[in-house]
Design a protein around this ligand. Structure first.
Ligand code: ZN
Length: 382
């Protein structure tokens, strides 16, 4: 079932609709609640997010579109003398965590008989949706900001998708994409938006299941999980996934979620420090963390709940901190795009301030590969 948390409308799961009639984002609720098996049984399963199939939307096997996404490594690292852990989610097939969501969203759309999709993206989600749509045999058009990283555009084109570059803010790009559907220019296409589609978020829950499985095997669960946030799909997916595990009795308590934004564009952080219940749109400035440059998130309340309920918080890091952290990670052999470096920047500040103790287990999620951000690193050495 699809439902709207604002007006209470309900729709059958197979309804071809991208948002509620009241214009709010829809949520998905499974008709059947299946619990995950213990990790010792999971270890025998396939090497992808579909090893958690009981917890994912129930789809016919023939409709599952997978490229072996997920099951990314967790490695130890050293930050200012503190032992920390990183989950290398940029090692998903298209170079970003987005593949978790795309696999579930495109599989669901394939089951619905959708033949053509449009999407707007700052780059990584566009590349991911283009890859999975291509594999599913769907036509695909991606709306991007005109200043998107060249490597991301090359990747989107290589997967066979059409690119529509839009001048303006990230929100202008989203509006142009939505208008193309509503004006019927792309009337046969479905708006497969990673920010709106509830099945994308279902796929993101696998991040929590994986952390639980991998860390559980070693008998340590993270006290802190640090994630970057623009529209908030990593934070919301992880939060919902950890909640599932707690409600199934598989996990004792939620890890504390630290949700990190770039200071230059931080509507979630601003709502958090105002102690507000709802995120309001802002006029964001440019940031090197292009993947989280979102001034008007679609889901406006739950991410604040996620931070508070888990005992965590929201923070914002400066451009200097991001640049410093990106180079620091690279010198440790970890090559990520500057968006992902916000996580290391936040961890660095928390170590300095004493908020994270040496006995704590802190895990940062690194979301996007550095190979798509060559322009950024070239500039860093001049
Ligand atoms: Zn509604």
């Amino acid at each position: 079932m699809l439902y709207c948390a604002r007006c209470g409308c309900k729709y059958p799961t197979n309804t071809i609709i991208w948002r509620c009639s009241c214009k709010e984002a829809l949520e998905y609720e499974s008709e059947q609640k299946n619990t995950l098996p213990p990790p010792k049984y999971l270890s025998l399963r396939e090497h992808s997010i579909w090893r958690y199939r009981e917890a994912l939307p129930q789809l016919e096997t023939k409709n599952i579109v997978s490229l072996g996404e997920g099951c990314t490594p967790i490695i130890p690292a050293n930050l200012k003398g503190f032992p920390i852990w990183y989950k290398l989610d940029f090692l998903c097939p298209t170079g970003s965590y987005k593949d978790r969501g795309s696999s579930v969203m495109i599989s669901h759309l394939k089951q619905m008989g959708i033949k053509s999709v449009v999407e707007d993206s700052s780059g990584n989600a566009g590349a991911s949706v283009a890859a999975y749509a291509g594999r599913a045999g769907m036509e695909c058009k991606i709306f991007v900001p005109s200043d998107t990283s060249p490597a991301k555009l090359t990747q989107i084109r290589a997967y066979g998708a059409e690119i529509k570059a839009i001048r303006g803010t990230r929100e202008d790009v989203a509006l142009a994409c939505q208008e193309s559907i509503e004006d019927n220019h792309d009337g046969q296409s479905f708006y497969a938006s990673h920010n709106w589609n509830p099945f994308f978020l279902e796929g993101m829950k696998t991040l929590a299941y994986e952390i639980w499985e991998q860390c559980g095997r070693h008998g340590i669960m993270p006290d802190w999980v640090v994630v970057p946030a623009g529209y908030g799909s990593v934070a919301l997916g992880a939060y919902r996934g950890f909640l599932d595990l707690v409600s199934q009795g598989m996990l004792r308590q939620l890890p504390r979620l630290i949700i990190v934004q770039a200071e230059n564009c931080a509507p979630i952080y601003q709502a958090y420090v105002r102690n507000a219940d709802q995120i309001e749109p802002i006029n964001g400035a440019k940031t090197v963390a292009e993947g989280i440059a979102c001034s008007n998130p679609v889901r406006r309340t739950e991410i604040l709940v996620a931070a508070r309920q888990s005992g965590g918080f929201v923070m914002a890091v400066s451009e200097d901190e991001i640049n410093h952290a990106a180079i620091g990670l690279a010198r440790e052999g970890i090559f990520v795009e500057p968006t992902s470096a916000v996580v290391a920047a936040a961890l660095g500040r928390l170590v300095d301030s004493g908020a994270i103790l040496k006995k704590d287990v802190a895990l940062g999620i690194l979301t996007g590969i550095g190979l798509k951000a060559g322009y950024y690193y070239e500039g860093s050495y001049s």
